[in-house]
Design a protein around this ligand. Structure first.
Ligand code: G3P
Ligand code: CA
Length: 245
């Protein structure tokens, strides 16, 4: 059965990467099998859940996350561009999400946002948090930085890892096995996510989970193809389609 991941939470309807969006992603009606979130490091080395390197698009602050201390970031509203009703939403720490998630049973895809800014030490910090909450079996680590996937493999071989890509990889099954990782997260409808490639990866026992799947016809197609998972901003829509399969 194809697993549904609420991409940045239920971000089609709620401010992305906020606790509200994550809660909405797994509540009744959406019932995602997991959530996906993005992490960056603050100036003082805290792991915050935010997609961009800069605060500008999603928060009330400006500037790079890496140049801003967490004490400042925690004062920001994390729902820039959204309704006033969301004015109390904050940028969560990874540990805020994990301390909530630990009481439940869904999967957590932590995307390390370290392919633009390298954030030395990010892998160790993320792994420390995952271990502290004893949540290793429910976590999938992914990043567009495949050196970082390999480092995670060395540091924590027991935690599932996936390669993110919007590009075409040469012999992707062999490439992924060489890292080693067990998941392939390609950009939907990219040349690296043709039916042929996805089927080949599945036949090599690599977990295939395309992103970001928001159109019902794409959701249906991936379900029929037997994709292991998909990332969507609209988990309720995907859950309804799955129920009708
Ligand atoms: O992890 C899948 C997807 O989230 C990767 O792209 O830009 O939405 O973080 P992006
Ligand atoms: Ca992401």
């Amino acid at each position: 059965m194809t697993k549904i991941f609420a991409h940045r939470g239920a971000s089609g309807h709620f401010p992305e990467n906020t606790m509200l969006a994550f809660e909405k992603g797994i509540e009744a009606g959406a019932e995602a099998d997991g959530i996906e979130l993005d992490v960056q490091l603050t100036k003082d080395g805290r792991i915050v859940v935010i997609h961009d390197e800069r605060l500008n698009r999603t928060t009330s602050l400006k500037g790079f996350v890496k140049d801003t201390a967490y004490d400042v970031i925690k004062t920001a509203n994390a729902a820039a561009g959204h309704d006033q009703a969301y004015s109390d939403l904050k940028v969560p720490l990874l540990e805020d999400v994990l301390s909530w998630a630990v009481k439940k049973d869904f999967l957590i895809n932590i995307e390390l946002k370290n392919s633009v800014i390298r954030y030395e030490g990010m892998e160790e910090k993320v792994l420390e948090a995952v271990k502290r909450f004893n949540i290793e079996e429910r976590v999938i680590l992914s990043t567009f930085n495949h050196e970082s996937v390999a480092l995670c493999a060395r540091l924590a071989p027991h935690i599932e890892r996936a390669v993110l890509t919007a590009d075409v990889l040469y012999q992707p099954d062999q490439y992924i096995a060489s890292i080693p990782a067990t998941g392939y997260h390609p950009k939907l409808n990219s040349p690296g996510a043709t039916d042929e490639v996805l089927k080949k990866m599945r036949s090599s026992s690599i977990k295939v989970r395309p992103y970001t799947v928001n159109r019902p016809e794409d959701m249906k197609h991936l379900i029929e193809l037997g994709a292991d998972g998909m990332f969507t901003d609209f988990p309720a829509k995907a859950a309804a389609l799955l129920k009708n399969e």
